[in-house]
Ligand binder design. Structure first.
Ligand code: SAH
Length: 463
């Protein structure tokens, strides 16, 4: 970070603008918006500057810049078209330790003016560190569409009740929960839709009826983190991730996804790998329970979908038995994610009318699957955890009559920047895997649809 973002209170404080053109007028206007006391020095002024002078909003010194004008100022903005003058302003300001900005000249700036989205009292400032003000403006325009003008009204409303809420809920954690329920619930809906009075009435009712104990109850969020690409998270997943106190996450959860969890939340790795368990399943169940019993909002973040080969059911069984509230948020499972990003439709009118998900995890070197059903034609078989057992799996399928020419895809680390796809046949894929050594997680897709990869592949990884 090259600059520290600050919001400075300039109300009634003396600020100097050097220059009388349109840019100077704009800078003066900005300072006025923040209620600064503005002095503008310039021997000539443009029409827009004149308008500010006529409206008696700024004090005009009709002269050339002189250093003593700085003695009274807390900051100065130079916006003349004379480089020497700008440089002189900079030099004099530095000598006096006054913050200085020279328009369009980052090298002569102590501070830069960001692009501003004003939803007062909410203000969003975007800066490109002087590298590209136009890019910052474009970003601000995008934010404009996301943050409706009524956000300011919402902030005003909650601002009026800050102290009351503080009095009623002495603990920070309680207040945080109370505000979250307000700002994500009906009150916010009403105010953002322009029904401010109704919003305030609902707010008052909630403030009165909410009991401290309610705000101290723990809860568990069992959330599917998807296959890796953070953009594949659901809105709900993201919202719960942002309000968790502690997160227990898997090996399959990508670091990009983890980075979106509330920064203050404690992070605990409970990943499992094929051959060893970092924390055994029963221990995980217990950990979730204990943390929720302590009143925490516990996020259990699992790769893909928690109810597909994720043992999510077992984790919430313990909670259900102990009456701990929980929510389950589905995620995009590896089959959907990998198939989409590899350009392999899981079903297709010409090739496949059904799709089966199976686990290829070996138990004592064996696979216990319903082979007769898996070898039926016109279907797609997706194998999770199938890499280590690939030789057994492919042999068994052939033994039960699946053609050895059946196309098979291996999708390594699907949807991520490490995605790799290999295509081969049932007879040859195990040897290919032996040669290429795909890394976990890798998904196996078997069926005629795999051939479509050649024409439908679209996801390109750029290094
Ligand atoms: N609950 C998860 C699956 C857990 S089982 C889900 O719904 O996706 C773990 C297996 O999922 C891995 O062995 C691998 O076969 C598959 N898998 C998960 N994420 C994957 C990814 N990004 N790319 C390829 N395979 C993946």
């Amino acid at each position: 970070m090259d600059y520290l973002p600050l919001f400075v209170d300039v109300k009634n404080r003396p600020c100097l603008v050097v220059g009388g053109g349109d840019i100077a007028a704009r800078k003066a206007g900005l300072l006025l918006k923040a209620q600064a006391r503005v002095t503008l020095v310039s021997p000539r002024v443009s029409i827009s500057t004149q308008a500010l002078i006529n409206a008696e909003k700024i004090q005009w010194v009709n002269a050339l810049f002189s250093a003593e004008l700085l003695n009274e100022s807390i900051l100065v903005i130079a916006a003349t078209d004379d480089e020497d003058v700008n440089r002189e302003v900079y030099k004099q300001a530095k000598q006096r330790n006054i913050l200085v900005n020279v328009a369009d000249c980052p090298a002569l700036c102590d501070f830069i003016l960001p692009s501003i989205l004003d939803r007062s009292p909410i203000v969003v400032a975007v800066s490109s560190g002087g590298k590209s003000p136009i890019l910052a403006r474009q970003l601000r325009a995008r934010l404009e569409t996301l943050i409706p003008p009524t956000y300011g009204r919402l902030a005003e409303l909650v601002g009026r009740y800050r102290e009351k809420v503080q009095d009623k809920f002495p603990k920070i954690s309680m207040r945080r929960r109370f505000w979250e329920s307000i700002l994500q619930g009906k009150v916010a809906d009403h105010v953002l839709a322009g029904r401010e009075q109704l919003g305030e009435e609902v707010f008052q009712a909630m403030l009165q009826k909410t009991q401290s104990e309610e705000l101290q109850k723990g809860e568990v969020y069992l959330v599917g983190a998807g296959p890796g690409d953070p953009e594949l998270l659901t809105f709900k997943a993201l919202r719960l991730m942002q309000q968790a106190d502690i997160v227990f996450y898997d090996r399959l959860v990508s670091k990009e996804v983890l980075a979106l969890v509330r920064r203050e939340a404690e992070q605990v790795y409970v990943g499992k790998q094929r051959a060893w368990h970092a924390v055994r399943q029963e221990e995980i169940n217990q950990l979730l329970l204990v943390q929720a019993q302590q009143g925490k909002r516990v996020l259990r973040l699992k790769g893909g979908d928690p109810f597909i080969f994720g043992r999510g059911g077992e984790e919430i069984e313990t909670l259900a038995a102990e009456n701990i509230p929980f929510q389950v948020v589905p995620g995009i499972t590896a089959a959907s994610g990998c198939a989409s990003y590899a350009g392999i439709p899981l079903t297709h009118r010409d090739y496949s009318q059904s799709c089966t998900f199976v686990t290829g995890q070996l138990k004592q070197g064996e696979l216990d699957l319903n082979w007769a059903s898996l070898v039926q034609p016109r279907q797609t078989v997706v194998v999770y955890m199938g890499l280590a057992g690939l030789p057994v799996l492919t042999q068994k399928l052939q033994d039960h009559g699946m053609p050895s020419t059946m196309p098979v895809a291996l999708v390594q680390q699907g949807t991520t920047s490490h995605q790799k796809v290999w295509i081969s046949t049932l007879a040859e894929i195990a040897a290919l895997a032996e040669r290429e050594q795909p890394v976990a997680p890798t998904l196996v897709i078997i069926g005629e649809v795999v051939n479509l990869h050649n024409s439908l592949s679209w996801f390109e990884i750029k290094d």
